[in-house]
Ligand binder design. Structure first.
Ligand code: NAD
Length: 475
């Protein structure tokens, strides 16, 4: 762990294993932090806050630039660590490192644009000035699926704003977090500004994050269930909260879209990170008369995707994170087949040597998916593409909105009018119009409803770490 500028073992001496999900091998042992460690980290962050927040924006910006440059220098090493502990293909890991570094660069700039305002008063002898100030100590909890970029998407704006941070990464991917903290250390960010607590059991750390008086903000990316639980507790202590939670993205193909172009886009985004992405399509709506053409193109592309160890060239489908993820996918596929779905390809765990030691599930295509199936409601977080046929009389936007989630949605159409109506009518935070990658450090990322609250990236991202202070001056 990295606490107050020093690398430490856990107070109780405990460790836990980090596994390679492609092979089941133990990659490393890391410190299993607990109550004492998280308190020490929060205290260090609190102590460092006065130093860090009183630097000029230009000084903080300089540290972030340095960290960005170091990330670029270490891109290949970071990507390899990611593929080993998380499983995604090396090319995808390199892309993620770049995406993660982009947040450091973007917020190095935004640090210098934290503007207040002056407001005219109705009284001639009064002036109003609004000041933006950092919140204080930020507790950050990150998931395993994007183990580098989910860290920088939180830490870069927090640091730019002048906050200090205690980070708790997912237990499956602490090695990427350790590498990121080495970068912050090498960038000479003052001690205590960034602290890392690794833990096998997240609960004791989470309890302090939501209740300790020094923590002023909780920023969480993970499941809706855990996010809601933590937000409930944190709100009792009036902490600011940002939540990036689960998704259940619709992918709507309109009847004027080119089915081949739409299928190409749908495959790319569905199987990104083996389906383990919060913006992964979970319901692909296709006009009934286009289903055959769409499915033929879609499944031929799926069948061409190679599953395997992300270190091997040409691999597109890596392992799932663990046995629970395999069980969830198996359950959803079995439920769909029982209720009348048709299996086009895949539909089983891959047990061929040497993949049987990892958590591989064959990329799967289901058609005849209907609203009564689990997969229509539950986030899959795996490589299963459910295709739903719709008729001209159906209101496909209403069908797409029929979910508790509200993160990403995708639309394929050649009509500007349809695109605009869908953009306005879909109740989701991010809409891709003929675009499967509507994400960037410069653009606000986040969801509504059970997908969370707050935005990351863009100018909105830094506001999540700022307090608004009003000064009324009698002159
Ligand atoms: P998860 O909720 O199980 O874990 C996420 C993080 O929360 C991990 O660091 C974990 O250790 C921690 N955690 C779990 N229980 C906790 C507790 N009781 N107290 C404190 N911390 C606790 O989710 P996951 O399965 O690791 O991640 C996948 C989920 O994350 C999916 O639902 C996915 O959609 C979501 N996600 C969302 C976004 C987004 O930007 N909206 C991005 C990536 C992932």
């Amino acid at each position: 762990m990295f606490i107050d500028g020093k690398w430490k073992e856990a107070e109780n001496g405990g460790t836990f294993d980090v596994l390679n999900p492609a092979t089941g091998e133990v990659l490393a042992k890391v410190a299993d932090g607990g109550h004492e460690d998280v308190i020490a980290a929060i205290n260090a962050a609190d102590k460092a806050f006065s130093v860090w927040s009183s630097l000029t924006a230009y000084q903080r910006s300089h540290y972030l630039y340095t960290a960005f440059q170091l990330m670029m220098d270490k891109k290949e090493d970071l990507a390899r660590t990611m593929t080993l502990e998380q499983g995604k293909p090396l090319a995808a890991a390199r892309n993620e490192v770049q995406y993660g570094a982009d947040f450091l660069l973007w917020f190095a700039e935004e640090a210098k644009r934290i503007y207040g305002q002056t407001i005219p008063s109705s009284r001639p002898d009064q002036r109003f000035i609004v000041l933006k100030q950092p919140l204080g100590v930020v507790a950050a909890i990150t998931p395993w699926n994007y183990p580098v970029s989910m860290i920088t998407r939180k830490l870069a704006p927090a640091l730019a704003a002048g906050c200090t941070v205690v980070l708790k990464p997912a237990e499956a991917t602490p090695l990427c977090a350790i590498e990121m903290c080495k970068i912050f250390q090498e960038a000479q960010i003052p001690e205590g500004v960034v602290n890392l607590v690794t833990a096998c059991d997240p609960k004791p750390v989470g309890e302090q994050f939501v209740s300790h008086p020094f923590v002023r903000k909780l920023t969480f990316t993970g499941s809706t269930k855990v996010g809601k639980m933590l937000a409930g507790k944190a709100s009792r202590h009036m902490k600011r909260i940002s939540l990036e939670l689960g998704g259940h993205a619709p992918f709507i193909v309109f009847d004027d879209a080119d089915p081949v172009h739409a299928a190409k886009g749908a495959v790319l985004v569905k199987f990104l990170n083996t389906g383990q992405a919060c913006i992964s399509p979970n319901r692909i709506f296709v006009p009934r008369h286009m289903v055959d053409a769409f499915t033929a193109e879609f499944s031929s592309r799926v069948n061409a995707m190679k599953a395997g160890n992300g270190m091997d060239p040409g691999v597109k489908i890596g392992p799932l994170v663990g046995p629970d993820a395999i069980a969830k996918v198996e359950n959803q596929v079995a439920d769909a087949l029982k209720k009348g779905a048709r299996l086009i390809t895949g539909g089983k765990r891959i047990m061929d040597s040497p993949l049987e030691k990892g958590y591989f599930y064959a990329p799967t295509v289901l058609t005849r998916v209907t609203q009564d199936m689990l997969i229509f409601r539950e986030e899959t977080f795996g490589p299963v593409a459910p295709i739903i046929a719709y008729d001209p009389a159906d209101d496909v936007i209403a069908m797409a909105n029929d979910t508790n989630y509200g993160l990403a949605a995708y639309v394929y159409t050649q009509s500007t009018s349809r695109a605009m109506r869908a953009f306005e009518g879909l109740r989701f935070g991010i809409i891709g119009i003929n675009d499967i990658n509507p994400t960037s450090a410069a653009a606000p990322f986040g969801g509504i409803k059970d997908s969370g609250m707050g935005r990351e990236g863009a100018k909105e991202g830094i506001n999540e770490y700022l307090e608004t202070k009003l000064g009324g001056f009698s002159v």
